[in-house]
Write a protein that binds this ligand. Structure first.
Ligand code: AMP
Length: 147
């Protein structure tokens, strides 16, 4: 059975927990793999969103995906980094959150993802919700004294 406190948390809208788009490192459609590798390495993030100039979300790209794309049979084909586009490498099959979703949906999805991209009804990227933020919120509720 779900307690009243947990129910309250699970039904909470997610918008207060979102890291806004302007604070999220991303690459744009049309950028090459070398640029994406630079951004990922400099920021230290495991993966970042790929957006178009209208800020619409298209997928995620990670260092692993980039390295996989330049892995030849006998050597790493570094020269391909410059000529390949992020759109050829990124993962488009990504579970996303809608800005109007509640905490429960985020909690269900974040079990398998370190962070989730949040989009609005037009597919515009609004920001991300990280596992860290979700766990922090969950901890607050778990430690709350019984009312
Ligand atoms: P964290 O909760 O900070 O450990 O972040 C988990 C993952 O979420 C990172 O590895 C990134 O892939 C992504 N992430 C968190 N913050 C940002 C950000 N400001 N910009 C881009 N990606 C982020």
């Amino acid at each position: 059975m779900i307690s009243t406190n947990s129910k309250e948390l699970l039904e909470m809208p997610i918008h207060d927990f979102i890291i806004p788009a302007e604070k999220v490192a991303h690459v744009q459609i049309g950028n090459n793999a070398e640029h994406a590798l630079l951004v990922l390495t400099k920021t230290g993030y495991s993966s970042i969103p790929v957006l178009d100039p209208s800020y619409r979300f298209h997928g995620l790209i990670s260092i692993r995906m980039i390295m996989d794309s330049v892995l030849g049979l006998e050597r790493i084909e570094y020269e391909n980094l410059e000529v390949s586009n992020v759109t050829e490498i990124m993962d488009r099959d990504i579970a996303t959150l809608n800005i109007n979703d509640n905490f429960k949906r985020a909690l269900d999805l974040v079990i398998n993802h370190a962070f989730l991209c949040v989009i609005d009804d037009e597919g515009t990227f609004v920001g991300i919700m990280t596992r860290r933020v979700i766990l922090k919120q969950l901890k607050k509720y778990v430690y709350q004294p019984k009312s």
